[in-house]
Ligand binder design. Structure first.
Ligand code: UDX
Length: 430
């Protein structure tokens, strides 16, 4: 089928590449001429495992192309995905201005029946809003359907998540559109939930807010485990065998970050309060997340007490492994708390240091060798559970550290092994 994605950012690029990968003819469109030039030259602007390869393969076989002429791209396709950003506005609600602008352009180029797909994370009611904007901008009567098809892509595994989804959610009242979307996604052999637009839009927010709730919950349990002398990893293991709970998203840490959970929690709060519902539980989840980052920073500062001019090493900056994304990364809140009294901070991350430099305070030394971080530190704080950090030769680290103290905020290291090597080991809830 002929598909266009409008907005070649994180969601748009993965959607375009994967739809081409499963056999469709896809045009990735964006008004950003430089970004399109980069893509046409085979340079992928985001770090996502596997994405380079499928973009290269599908541009080579002609199924995938990139253009900066959005009207042309709309005219050439039967299904048009809106994959532009919906960043939070000043009071946390999703800014729909980019989506509305695209809807207007679609209306101006609607030469035959098309399906318009809201792929970006959009507030409940956006399908109706997009249809209204299109209707208002049509120069003549035209048939079209606007549907909701939220994405459930995790950064660092987005290609895998797209090609092997747990489920596909389609929100539409049109049988015709439902049939065509079934055909589009047939090669994925995934369960498809076809429901009304409002419910489909709600699935996205409810899913992300529930996952964020699991993270804040296990972080709270970790803090209680610290107090009562239990090990939160053992607790999560004992919980996870219960099929109603599951093992996923029960890893205690410095709090959730990224471009989705914080944004979607704020948006959900905003949606609820706009309709007169005070979502107290979710507010608690978000407050807990802020508190967790402060707690981690306070604990790190406590581990430095008594040291004159302590030097702090940070291993891992990205909000999670396998991504260079620093959006809402816990490091952005924790490091400034550590940097007081102009303490020396040296940091390492396998891929996100360039992004981190733009967002963290000056005066931090960035090094490309994690052992150098350890050598220059009186305390090493693991903030992201990269494999490159998890599998360091800790015996070698012990040899280079004058004061072998490690704060593993991701519980990704083996406490017994480190303590046997002579480290002072601190985890979260362990
Ligand atoms: C999330 C959703 O998982 C995905 O379905 C949605 O489409 C986009 O938002 P993402 O933000 O990429 O994906 O990351 P995810 O892997 O979900 O982690 C979110 C945050 O929670 C990260 O900061 C991560 O470190 C944290 N987390 C996750 C925990 O602290 N503990 C866990 O057990 C799991």
């Amino acid at each position: 089928m002929k598909v266009t994605t409008i907005g070649s950012g994180y969601v748009g690029l993965v959607t375009a590449a994967c739809l081409a990968q499963i056999g469709h003819d896809v045009i990735g469109a964006d008004i950003d001429k430089d970004k399109i030039k980069q893509l046409q030259a085979g340079k992928v602007p985001i770090y996502e495992p596997g994405l380079d390869e499928i973009i290269a393969a599908n541009t080579a076989n002609g199924r995938l192309s990139f253009v900066d002429d959005v009207p042309e791209a709309i005219g050439a396709s039967d299904i048009v995905f809106i994959t532009v950003g919906t960043p939070p506005d000043e009071n946390g609600a999703a800014d729909m201005s980019y989506v509305k602008a695209v809807a207007k352009t679609i209306a101006e180029n609607l030469d035959r029946y098309k399906i318009v797909v809201n792929k970006s994370t959009v507030p409940v009611g956006s399908t109706v809003l997009v249809a209204k904007v299109i209707q208002e901008n049509l120069s003549e009567r035209r048939e079209f359907d606007v549907i909701s098809n939220p994405e459930f892509l995790r950064e660092g595994s987005a290609v895998e998540d797209f090609l092997h989804p747990d489920r596909i959610v389609i929100g539409t009242d049109s049988q015709r559109a439902a049939g065509l979307m079934n055909e589009l996604y047939k090669p994925l052999n995934s369960p498809i939930v076809i429901t009304d637009p409002a419910s489909a839009e709600m699935v996205k927010y409810a899913s992300n807010c529930f996952l964020a709730t699991k993270v804040s919950f296990i972080n709270a349990i970790a803090n209680i485990c610290d107090a009562v002398g239990a090990d939160v990893k053992e607790v999560a293991l004992g919980m996870g065998y219960d099929k109603r709970i599951g093992f996923e998203f029960l890893r205690a840490g410095p709090g959730f970050g990224g471009s989705c959970f914080p944004k979607d929690c704020h948006a959900m709060l905003s949606i609820a309060s706009d309709h007169g519902y005070d979502f107290e539980l979710l507010r608690g989840v978000m407050d807990m997340n802020v508190r967790q980052k402060n707690l981690i920073a306070d604990q790190a500062n406590k581990m430095l007490e008594g040291l004159k001019d302590p030097r702090i090493g940070i291993l891992g900056l990205a909000f999670k492994p396998n991504t260079d994304d620093m959006r809402d990364a816990p490091a952005l809140d924790i490091i400034p708390h550590l940097k007081k009294d102009n303490r020396k901070i040296v940091a390492f991350d396998p891929v996100s240091m360039d992004n981190a430099k733009k967002l963290l305070p000056d005066g931090i030394e960035y090094v490309s060798d994690p052992y150098e971080v350890c050598e220059k530190s009186d305390l090493v704080v693991v903030l992201t559970e990269w494999d490159e950090i998890r599998w360091l030769e800790w015996r070698r680290v012990k040899e280079v550290m004058k004061r072998p103290v490690v704060y593993d905020t991701r519980n990704c290291l083996d406490p017994q092994n480190l303590r046997r090597l002579g480290f002072t080991y601190q985890g979260v809830g362990r």
